[in-house]
Design a protein around this ligand. Structure first.
Ligand code: FMN
Ligand code: EPS
Length: 388
């Protein structure tokens, strides 16, 4: 399975093409729209999210509620495009009609300056339109297809917020995956801890009042993945490595942890590794899950627990200094709109990129053009490892 996305933030639409999803998987646009709606919500987002109503159009690869095995193409329209038609049009500019609002002032923390240098753009709109996290809507659409596939294989996944602006949510190890899914869906900041929730909301309000922004930590929790998915034989087949790469590829994400993560550096080995147990009906399991479901680049069969660190949104209402690339003068940018905190939305994005990596690994390990046969192969594999 592989996928590509295309589209500019204020262009006509976002497009996603997914290749390699087997035929006969049940899939409806509601499966995808549910994910898109979750990504749009979340306390701390700015005015753009009030303009957009992210709804997918399935353009190909699905018929009467089932995948065909052919490429799936998905479209999400940008409702904001109607306000940008003169700036985002594809026709060449008339000589006597210069473009309004050329962007010559790079924003610290964005792709603006590096992208302009790399591609030779003097108008940094040519960079920021694509580097914008608007693209994550297209990735979530692909992830929703992956999540649907995983769901039909008994694998459930949930993303939620662990920390915003230094306010940490308690660990809730007793919660089931379904409780996690339900609670995170109703929480405005997508956290499982209702005491931390109000403090997070207050912290976002304070940051917003002060013209500042906040980052945080998102966690993704996955159940039902059998042991042995991924591989130890090559660096690029290690599934934890692939997940780490996918997480850090989300806009503004700067780090990843599995299980206890960086805390492992501070503990002796006896307090890090998970003892192995065996149960007559369940097979092998670990007494603890400090390594977050991975050993040797492969799943252990325990829940996958992965955290991603998001830096604060770079666009600030009290802006940082930068340099105009035409005049070379120092300026402080004027800002019209931006999110103050997007960690709740980013937790949903992270959930979906992890789902994509898991689905890819499963389809590599159990390749089949027909979903029912893949489902049977996974069922048989589960039975076999139970008796191993
Ligand atoms: C869901 C989401 C929403 C975001 N919203 C904004 C925003 O409103 N304003 C902004 O300046 N950056 C926003 N960002 C972050 C930038 O897209 C990101 O920092 C930028 O593309 C530079 O990439 P880097 O931080 O990975 O280096 C958002 C990121 C995500 C994941
Ligand atoms: C559009 C989305 O996020 C955008 C990501 C983003 C950025 O710079 O990354 C900047 C903002 O867009 P605008 O500049 O149009 O206000 C966010 O709203 C989205 O998540 O769908």
């Amino acid at each position: 399975m592989r996928y590509l996305t295309a589209g500019e933030s204020h262009g006509k639409q976002l497009t996603t093409i997914i290749e390699g999803i087997p035929a006969q998987l049940p899939l409806t646009k509601e499966d995808i729209n549910h994910s898109l709606l979750r990504r749009q919500k979340g306390y701390g987002r700015g005015k753009r999210m009030q303009i957009e109503k992210d709804l997918v159009e399935i353009m190909s690869g699905v018929r009467h509620g089932y995948t065909l095995g052919s490429p799936i193409s998905l479209v999400i329209h940008n409702d904001d495009f109607k306000h940008w038609t003169d700036i985002m049009g594809e026709d060449p500019l008339e000589d006597n009609k210069p473009l309004r609002r050329v962007v010559t002032r790079p924003r610290p923390g964005h792709a603006d300056l590096n992208g302009a240098i790399k591609y030779g753009h003097r108008d940094m709109r040519n960079v920021l339109e694509r580097s914008s996290a608007r693209e994550t809507a297209a990735r979530v659409a692909a992830g929703a297809v992956a999540k649907t596939l995983l769901h039909h294989l008994g694998i459930e996944i949930c993303g939620y917020v662990k920390e915003i602006g230094g306010i940490q949510a308690e660990d809730m190890p007793h919660l089931t995956i379904h409780e996690r899914q339900t609670i995170s869906e109703v929480s405005p900041v997508r956290t499982l801890d209702n005491i931390a929730e109000q403090k997070m909301i207050d912290a976002i309000d304070t940051a917003k009042r002060e013209g500042d922004s906040l980052g945080g930590v998102a966690e993704v929790y996955v159940t039902g993945v059998p042991a042995g998915i991924g591989s130890y034989v090559h660096y690029d087949r290690k599934l934890d490595g692939r997940i780490a790469s996918a997480v850090v590829s989300i806009n503004a994400f700067k780090g990843v942890e599995f299980g206890i993560g960086f805390e492992a550096a501070r503990r002796p080995g006896s307090m890090v590794h998970d003892e192995i147990r065996w149960h007559e009906t369940e097979g092998y399991y670990r007494e603890t899950n400090r390594l977050g479901g991975f050993e040797g680049g492969m799943t252990t069969g325990m829940p996958i627990v992965v955290k991603g660190v998001m830096k604060p949104i770079p666009t600030l209402m009290k802006p940082l200094e930068s340099v105009d690339i035409e005049t070379k003068e120092v300026f402080k940018a004027s800002v019209e709109r931006s999110d103050a905190c997007a960690v709740p939305a980013a937790a949903v994005v992270m959930e979906h990129v992890v789902a994509i990596e898991l689905a890819k690994a499963i389809l590599e390990q159990f390749p089949n053009d027909r979903f029912p046969i893949l489902k049977k192969a996974i069922h048989d594999y589960r039975e076999e490892i139970r008796r191993f």
